[in-house]
Write a protein that binds this ligand. Structure first.
Ligand code: PEP
Ligand code: MN
Length: 339
């Protein structure tokens, strides 16, 4: 942390700041220039609020030098984390892995039809929700455990891995019997009780960015899971809420290269929730891969116009097949590949 004192700060004010820093366990280096005194505070402090120092008399500015997240930072694992799902499928390696499927499991038949088609097109992971965080309490809330049962059958039949959203810590034990990856939705990104519980799980966690969360907040949420002992966290950009209304959310593609630089964790993109419009999903998916995403989460439905949730942003199987072909052309341009 660097503290710049105001021009004309008195010796007593400067000494008071130094005493506070030393009292908090910092080593302090003082440099006195022509008009300003600058204090460099060095030390390892996880639980520290630099704003406390901004309020001290004579202080002009306080700048943090280190990141508040440690285990999630790129320095912790400079080569990058590769999550091994098994059967040769990894996330964070050379291959761009695609998870595809409906927003919600709706029936055994529906999830089987979709699993078969996305597997044929090259998806490695089946996505579908059984517990749905819907804005309206009157909207379809998901099939619950029965949906997970149908999903597991379909994923096994077509050799897919599976990911589904966990909404509450009480669902974790039941869900790990059905899915390979647990998803934390945008609305739960800062449910710290849930994040802590997922730190104890031995399955990868797909952590979505909250709709008004900064990248730093996303990384601090990942830190909760990592600090709890689970090293396998996949981050996901799924669009943030802005003043723009044409799209459902604003898909923040810049978050992909920024987070990849700040963190060693794999980062994927969800252009379906990112745009909310079927006709905008493919362009944003292509852009996310070009920007360096380690994977994609794409909503696909066999009958999107009659889907029980998020039909407007769901691709039909033909559109998904075409997109996968395009991604196979784009990925090699940046030294990667798509199955
Ligand atoms: C979903 O993946 O269907 C979902 C609800 O996503 P999000 O949490 O990003 O809104
Ligand atoms: Mn959805």
């Amino acid at each position: 942390m660097v503290i710049v004192m105001q021009e004309g700060a008195t010796d007593a004010q400067i000494q008071h700041v130094i005493d506070r820093l030393v009292g908090s366990g910092f080593n302090v280096h003082r440099s006195t220039g022509e008009s300003h005194t600058v204090l460099g505070a060095v030390g390892v402090h996880r639980d520290f609020d630099h704003r406390d120092f901004e309020l001290l008399d004579g202080v002009r500015e306080v700048m943090r030098v280190t990141q508040p997240f440690k285990l999630a930072s790129r320095q912790f694992n400079p080569q990058g984390t590769i999550i091994n799902l098994g059967r040769g499928v990894t996330i964070g390696g050379n291959e761009v892995v695609v998870a595809a499927g409906p927003c919600s499991v709706e029936s055994r038949e529906q999830i089987h039809i979709i699993a078969e088609s996305v597997a044929k097109s090259g998806a490695k992971i089946l996505r579908a929700g059984a517990f749905k965080p819907r804005t309206s309490p009157y909207a379809f809330q998901g099939m619950g455990e029965k949906g997970l049962e149908f999903m597991r059958e379909a994923a096994e039949k077509f050799a897919l891995f599976s990911v589904s959203e966990v909404m509450d810590a009480s669902q974790i034990q039941m869900m790990i019997g059905y899915v390979d990856i647990l998803q934390v939705g945008a609305r739960n990104m800062q449910n710290y009780h849930l994040l802590r519980a997922l730190g104890e799980v031995r399955k990868p966690i797909l952590l979505k960015r909250g709709m008004s969360a900064t990248m730093e907040e996303l990384l601090l949420s990942a830190e909760y899971i990592l600090a709890g002992g689970n090293p396998d966290v996949i981050l996901c950009e799924r669009g943030i809420r802005t003043f723009e209304t044409y799209t459902r959310n604003t898909f923040d593609i810049a978050a992909i290269p920024v987070i990849k630089k700040l963190s060693h964790l794999p980062m994927i993109g969800d252009p379906s929730h990112g745009t909310g419009r079927r006709d905008k999903v493919a362009p944003m998916a292509r852009a996310a891969v070009a920007a360096g995403a380690d994977g994609l989460l794409i909503e696909v439905h066999n009958d999107p116009d009659h889907a029980l949730s998020d039909g407007a942003q769901s691709l039909d199987p033909g559109q998904f097949e075409q997109l996968m072909g395009e991604l196979r052309i784009i990925a090699p341009a940046i030294g990667r590949r798509v199955a």
